[in-house]
Design a protein around this ligand. Structure first.
Ligand code: ADP
Length: 479
């Protein structure tokens, strides 16, 4: 069975308060009984001392005189206090008429000091103080008793009060607990109601932050911050979808147009070939775009599909250097690579790191006009490896530098020069660098060139100084 927080709080109040009230009344009862005991003990002891004083005053005056004095004393006592004085042989010197218990039936008084006990005398409860005294060479036992009934009645009345009020108090306290927890949870319910109103259509709406600086204020501030993040993610997803559909529609309509134009009338074989070649190029670019989109979708789903191993980066660097040198040569660029030859262990996914390096090198070739140069360099720094790609290309304007890693972002230079691309390459490259605990830095000057620096943490290196670098390939022919 599931209880609401309010029900649980009320139950807690009920249990805690019931236990507290029971404990409180129990302690009161205990205190009351102790106070009664002290009071009746004092009363009976005082009476006993009075009897002793009277006895000592008239001890030498003979038994009849003593009896007379004690008789008078007994007449003076009110409130049902009684006493008796007996001799060592058990015979009475004096006893109040309502003191029906023979001395022999009472516990033996202690040889010194006062003893107390409670007993029933003539259907009434009495507290008795007993003492043995030596008077005129004679041992006398004095017993003074006070009725405990008035005190017992007070205790009974208190217990009756307890019995009547305890359940009432507990019930009242539970209602109070129910009301208090309702009041305490009211802001939570308001937060729930407001949160229920927020959906994809009104993601910019925020929860009202309570003024009191308490946990609920923290909760709403945290929820608002979470909504902020969700809103910006949704915005990015919407932007991404819009950009992706736009970028996919463009090549599709181009393919459509080329095919339509080719079919409009009968054409020569060369013309058909040209049209088909254009369609092929566009579809290759589209495949590239779809692959990039897929890579980003996987990146968004997390790095689970990557297979991290302790891998040597050196062969990979040599491999990409070779591939890019062919591209650069084909475009008429000079390409040089100064790479370390030693083993450079990184903890990474080989295919992902290859994509990262190729994305940056590919850009360097793409955005460098024929006649320019591209340089690849690798060197080891303490606990990391640095790969630098430098070109003498179109460069990137300062205002674009912070945005080139955004999805679909292409600087004006790239667009105006109609360099093919989707604006996704660097986003993917940056994601790969980050999942490898590395980073990409860029320095660039418009019209002069760019320098991309990839820094990756090194798992272990056997050697690595720039002097050990090897010139892989130097000049590429300029067309
Ligand atoms: P694209 O497919 O457009 O190349 P990228 O994400 O790889 O997408 O790059 C984003 C933008 O960054 C490019 O459109 C271009 O404007 C700029 N850029 C990237 N690399 C270079 C470079 N080496 N030189 C000049 N501009 C570059």
């Amino acid at each position: 069975m599931r209880f609401t927080i309010r029900a649980r709080l009320t139950l807690l109040y009920f249990v805690v308060l019931a236990a507290s009230f029971v404990a409180f009344f129990w302690i009161c009862d205990l205190g009351f009984r102790r106070a009664i005991e002290i009071t009746v003990n004092d009363a009976s002891r005082t009476n006993l001392e009075i009897v002793q004083r009277v006895l000592s005053l008239c001890a030498s005056k003979g038994t009849p005189k003593i009896r007379k004095e004690l008789e008078e004393l007994s007449g003076l006592w009110a409130n049902g206090a009684i006493f008796q004085v007996s001799q060592a042989d058990g015979s009475w010197l004096f006893r109040s008429t309502r003191f029906p218990l023979a001395q022999s039936l009472l516990p033996a008084p202690p040889p010194d000091g006062v003893a107390f006990f409670t007993t029933n005398l003539d259907y009434e409860q009495y507290r008795i103080a007993q003492k043995t005294v030596l008077m005129e060479g004679q041992l006398l036992h004095i017993s003074a008793a006070v009725p405990t009934e008035p005190f017992d009645q007070a205790l009974d009345r208190f217990r009756l009060f307890e019995k009547r009020f305890l359940p009432l108090l507990v019930v009242l306290a539970s209602f109070l607990g129910y009301w208090l927890s309702g009041r305490a949870l009211a802001p939570v319910n308001r937060i729930i109601e407001s949160a229920e109103q927020i959906g994809l259509q009104n993601l910019s709406q925020r929860l009202e932050v309570p003024r009191a600086a308490d946990e609920l204020q923290r909760l709403t501030v945290t929820l608002n911050a979470m909504l902020e993040r969700i809103e910006s993610s949704v915005k990015r997803i919407r932007q991404f979808t819009a950009n992706a559909s736009h970028d996919l529609r463009t090549p599709l309509s181009l393919i459509h147009t080329h095919a339509e134009l080719a079919l409009r009338r009968t054409r020569s074989e060369t013309e058909y070939r040209e049209s088909l070649a254009r369609v092929l190029t566009i579809s290759e670019e589209t495949t590239q775009l779809v692959e990039s989109l897929l890579a980003l979708a996987r990146a968004d789903a997390g790095a689970a599909h990557l297979h991290f191993t302790e891998m040597d980066l050196t062969p990979l660097l040599h491999k990409v250097a070779h591939q890019v040198s062919l591209l650069a040569h084909a475009k008429g660029l000079s390409f040089s690579a100064r790479l370390l030859t030693e083993t450079l262990f990184v903890h990474g996914d080989s295919a992902a790191l290859e994509s990262l390096l190729l994305a940056i090198l590919d850009n360097a070739v793409k955005y460098t006009p024929p006649g320019g140069s591209v340089r690849l360099r690798s060197f080891a720094a303490p606990e990391k490896i640095v790969v630098e790609v430098e070109d003498t290309g179109v460069g990137i304007a300062a205002e674009d530098l912070t945005r080139i890693f955004d999805r679909f972002y292409r600087a004006d230079q790239a667009r105006s020069r109609e360099v093919p691309g989707s604006g996704l390459g660097l986003s993917i490259a940056q994601w790969i660098a980050e999942t490898h605990k590395g980073r990409i830095k860029v320095e660039s000057q418009l019209g002069v060139g760019s320098l991309f620096r990839v820094v990756l943490p090194l798992a272990a290196t056997l050697a690595g100084s720039p002097e050990n670098s090897q010139l892989l390939d130097s000049q590429a022919t300029v067309s």
